[in-house]
Design a binder for this molecule. Structure first.
Ligand code: SF4
Ligand code: SF4
Length: 119
């Protein structure tokens, strides 16, 4: 978690963080490949991939793909919750940054000035 952010709240089991795949990529590599982040966004959008966040300071891009986790239960519970060998570590850590999921029961306050929105 970003040390400048303090997390409060709890999981409301809305399931929204389990309904998309999120992949972190390197902004400078994407620009090298595609010419610009806008060009990359066009290429990705034809394949159902959305650019969720661009952070120039940390040279990172967060990509989102609308593929839900197959361990998500109908009631939005996690079928592998409580099984450390099966539940991905990132799921236990989530959320560790200010996200854009409005139904999430967690919120963050900034401990000191920091321009980072995530990570
Ligand atoms: S493993 Fe569980 S917590 Fe992680 S994305 Fe899948 S359903 Fe959600
Ligand atoms: S988005 Fe937040 S409240 Fe919803 S399931 Fe994920 S951690 Fe829980």
């Amino acid at each position: 978690m970003n040390n400048n952010l303090e997390r409060t709240g709890e999981c409301k089991t809305c399931g929204e963080c389990c309904k998309k795949v999120r992949i972190t990529s390197v902004l400078s590599h994407i620009i090298e490949q595609h010419g610009s982040i806008e060009e990359a966004g066009k290429y990705y959008s034809y394949r159902g991939i959305n650019i969720a966040m661009v952070h120039e300071e940390s040279d990172r891009v967060l990509l989102e793909i609308g593929i839900p986790c197959d361990r998500l239960a109908e009631d939005n519970g996690c079928l592998v919750h409580g099984s450390p060998d099966k539940k991905p570590l990132i799921c236990d850590r989530y959320p560790w940054f200010t996200d854009d999921i409005e139904t999430c029961g967690y919120s963050f306050t900034r401990k000191k000035h920091d321009s980072l929105k995530w990570f």
